[in-house]
Design a protein around this ligand. Structure first.
Ligand code: NAD
Length: 497
């Protein structure tokens, strides 16, 4: 049998005693590259207990020491970026360039975590009443839990545990069972950077492991990223158990194309943003809304999409890789068929995609629909595949109205040369991340990842200052010192001199 992926508990790689084992496959070939066990309840309990014990020491560790751990970790991740990206590409099917991007966007969050001293500063007001000062301090919560999706196995775990641990917490990560090798490598490097035992545990599995962590008495904070159905369950169950929860969920992202935009920019940017990573990005553009005469560019967008060729991770000419598994491929094919059956025009059909040398890969070619009505399932639901829908409207106001009616609010963009149109769009659109002539507006970590509406449940978002708020409690101290003590107390007189 190929390697069984170990658990990580209290600094040790542990072979699970579980009999419930899931194969990890290469999505381009179906070759089984590893087996991942679903941790037993006793193993999950041990992981939480180890994190809880380590918290007692780690929470007292000076902030400079916590920051220096992150500095060492950042350097190691950078030194090993290509090696991590190779592993990541093999288990996800992403192209090597895209896999490097996945690792890099995670490294940027670790860099941000190095600044934890400034980020976690409290506030002070002197003389809130006569001789009374008030100040706030931030303190960690305890054992924080992360549950992550398959589509960014480096970036999304790195959104979570570095910020949580820099804040003084300890962590239990439950990565996606579909690509657990990358998170394990991230954990090995964290240990190599000098992370004390018990700071980070990894337990594998699916919903039973998640539900145990979600309802455990010793896990006060839950971070989740994944589909909307699971995200709603996580938010409901976690908050019912009185926990702090942030749940990042699915998306349906629209790009508005104004007739005054640069046509070349529009054509190239839509192609990359819609089918890049096989459309398996929560910030992928899945709907392009052409306003007025911009609709004349639809055939050129179609032609640009038709030129993007899927291929294996190490094929330098491949535009994107396979879908993560055969079920994901079948789900996308079903949507394409439903679109056709409902009467939409499939102007580019990637259903019968073949990649030479990889007959068993989960391939779907670039696909594009036109004449789609808003009640069709291909518009209503997140397809999570390389499928672009073109809608046509007459005015910017109509575009804004239709996007605001869509239940999701993760990302959106507008392509225009008009400052006034861009300003109106950024102000009126009910979506949490807006690009102006930027197709995939993922904020850098000095900001936060701010999806809205059905794309996010909670209030404090990932990374940036909001992550520090999420992973800490604020304590407010009101303090008065009696001046009499200065005259009578020997020690204080000396100290205050
Ligand atoms: P998923 O919801 O199937 O799985 C996410 C995690 O939840 C995994 O660790 C999985 O093991 C666990 N899980 C699955 N079913 C569960 C259940 N019934 N109960 C408890 N836990 C369960 O998501 P996925 O397919 O891995 O990832 C793709 C989804 O993630 C897409 O919908 C995408 O939009 C979303 N996503 C969102 C963001 C964001 O920031 N909003 C970022 C990346 C991905």
């Amino acid at each position: 049998m190929t390697q069984q992926v170990p658990l990580l508990i209290n600094g040790e790689l542990v072979q699970s005693e579980s009999t419930n084992i899931i194969p990890v496959t290469n999505p381009a070939t179906q070759e089984v590259i590893a087996h991942v066990p679903c941790a037993t309840p006793a193993e999950v309990d041990r992981a939480v207990a180890a994190a809880k014990a380590a918290f007692e020491t780690w929470k007292e560790t000076p902030v400079g020491d916590r920051a220096r751990l992150m500095l060492r970790y950042q350097a190691l991740l950078k030194d090993n970026q290509d090696e991590i990206a190779t592993l990541l590409a093999q288990e996800t099917g992403k192209t090597f360039a895209d896999a490097k991007g996945d690792v890099w966007r995670g490294i940027e969050v670790v860099e941000h975590a190095c600044n934890i001293a400034s980020l976690s500063m409290g506030e002070t007001v002197e003389n809130v009443a006569r001789n009374i000062d008030c100040y706030s301090i931030t303190q960690p919560l305890g054992v924080c839990v992360g549950i992550t999706p398959f589509n960014f196995p480096a970036m999304i775990p790195l959104w979570m545990f570095p910020m949580a641990i820099a804040c003084g917490n300890t962590f239990v990560l439950k990565p996606s069972e579909q690509d657990p090798l990358t998170p394990m490598r991230l954990a090995e490097l964290f240990k190599q950077a000098g992370a004390p035992d018990g700071l980070l545990q990894i337990v594998h599995g699916t919903k039973d492991v998640v539900n145990q962590l979600l309802t455990h008495k010793d896990t006060p904070a839950i971070s989740f990223v994944g589909s909307v159905a699971v995200g709603e369950h996580i938010y409901r169950t976690g908050t019912e158990h009185l926990k702090r929860v942030q749940a990042f969920a699915g998306a349906k992202n629209h790009m508005v194309v104004m007739p005054d935009a640069s046509k070349n920019q529009v054509v190239n940017n839509i192609a990359g943003a819609s089918v890049g990573a096989a459309g398996q990005r929560c910030m992928a553009i899945s709907v392009a809304v052409f306003v007025g005469e911009a609709r004349e560019w639809i055939p050129e967008v179609r032609d640009a999409l038709a030129k993007v060729r899927p291929g294996a991770w190490d094929d330098p000419d491949a535009g994107y890789g396979p879908l993560i598994n055969p079920q994901a491929k079948q789900r996308v094919l079903n949507f394409i068929q439903e679109g056709k059956d409902a009467g939409a025009d499939c102007i580019l059909d990637g259903s019968d995609c073949v990649v030479e040398g990889f007959p068993d890969g989960n391939w779907v070619g670039p696909t594009m629909f036109r004449n789609v009505s808003r009640d069709m399932s291909i518009y209503q639901e997140e397809i999570f595949g390389p499928v672009l829908i073109a809608l046509e409207v007459d005015t910017l106001a109509e575009a804004i109205e239709l996007i605001n009616e869509n239940p999701y609010g993760n990302g959106t963009s507008i392509f225009t040369s008009s400052g006034a149109a861009a300003r109106k769009y950024q102000h009126e659109i009910k979506v949490g991340q807006v690009g102006i002539n930027v197709p995939v507006p993922v904020p850098l970590p000095m900001f936060s990842f701010t999806g809205w509406r059905k794309s996010f449940y909670g209030d404090q978002h990932a990374y940036g200052k909001q992550a520090v708020k999420f992973y800490t409690e604020t304590k407010t101290v009101t303090s008065r010192w009696f001046e009499d003590d200065i005259d009578t107390g020997v020690n204080t007189t000396i100290q205050l001199k």
